[in-house]
Design a protein around this ligand. Structure first.
Ligand code: ATP
Length: 235
């Protein structure tokens, strides 16, 4: 469904991604793991059109999208939940959610999706009139995921959903990511430093080091791979 083929992405003269190839099939959960600075965020930014690759190609259902604007990539159904949440702190929870649907016009469907995210995260319904900036870190992550869902993504890209959250909240959020994948057959591509959690959730995983993909395998195989365990699982 999503195919990233031999992309090279630069910041000025610095090459952040070197010949990166990733495939995500429809309905899959795929994790990209790697150390701080490996190039995980840049991979997502390249897919979203925010830092487009200098060469290489990105396809959605076989159609090239690497020349598309970020807005057109969202219209094609690829929606990102950015690192650090980036919700609108001075807007209410409800307004944040409505912003997620800004490219859509069907009011009935938007209302349906609003109801859906509030059943996924009942706390957001309770807090709907509260300003986004007053939510806890975990609640902000729930809001950021929900805001992305309001765009009805076909592919949901998640950048470090576990960052800065307590273990119990991480568990809850990862369970809901699985639920979203199952219930609405949303394809999920997530990048994580928390390799253990990410690989427990994912079907397949990629390992990135210094801007290159160094390993690709089923999540189960990566979890038992000696090198992965030493480098990323602290075992
Ligand atoms: P993190 O977990 O810290 O987000 P990451 O794996 O997502 O790490 P990236 O943020 O993609 O890594 O960074 C990859 C490389 O590109 C790093 O060497 C980083 O210093 C560099 N880089 C990232 N953003 C920029 C930028 N805006 N300008 C210049 N270099 C950048």
């Amino acid at each position: 469904m999503l195919k990233v083929q031999n992309i090279q992405t630069y910041y000025g003269n610095i090459q952040a991604l070197k010949d990166v190839t990733i495939e995500v099939a429809e309905g899959e959960i795929v994790a990209l793991i790697g150390a701080n600075g490996a190039g995980k965020t840049t991979t997502l930014m390249s897919i979203c059109g925010i830092t487009p690759p200098r060469s290489g190609e990105i396809f959605l259902d076989g159609d090239p999208i690497h020349d598309f604007s970020p807005e057109n990539i969202v219209k094609k159904g690829i929606v990102q939940v950015p690192e650090g949440r980036r919700i609108f702190p001075d807007m209410t929870v409800l307004e944040n959610l409505e912003m997620g649907a800004f490219l859509r016009t069907n009011k009935r469907q938007i209302q349906q999706d609003l109801n859906y995210v509030m059943t996924l995260f009942p706390i957001l319904e309770k807090r709907q009139s509260q300003l986004g900036g007053t939510l806890s870190g975990g609640e902000q992550q729930m809001l950021a995921i929900s805001r992305a869902l309001m765009a009805r993504p076909r592919v949901l890209l998640l950048d470090e959903p576990s960052l800065g959250l307590a273990p119990l909240i991480i568990k809850q959020i990862f369970e809901i990511i699985r639920q979203i994948n199952k219930e609405s057959s949303t394809t999920i591509f997530l990048v994580e430093q928390n390799a253990n959690q990410a690989l427990k959730l994912a079907d397949r995983g990629y390992v990135m080091e210094n801007g290159r993909i160094t390993l690709v395998d089923s999540a189960a195989n990566l979890l038992s791979n000696v090198d992965v365990r030493k480098a990323y699982l602290g075992i």
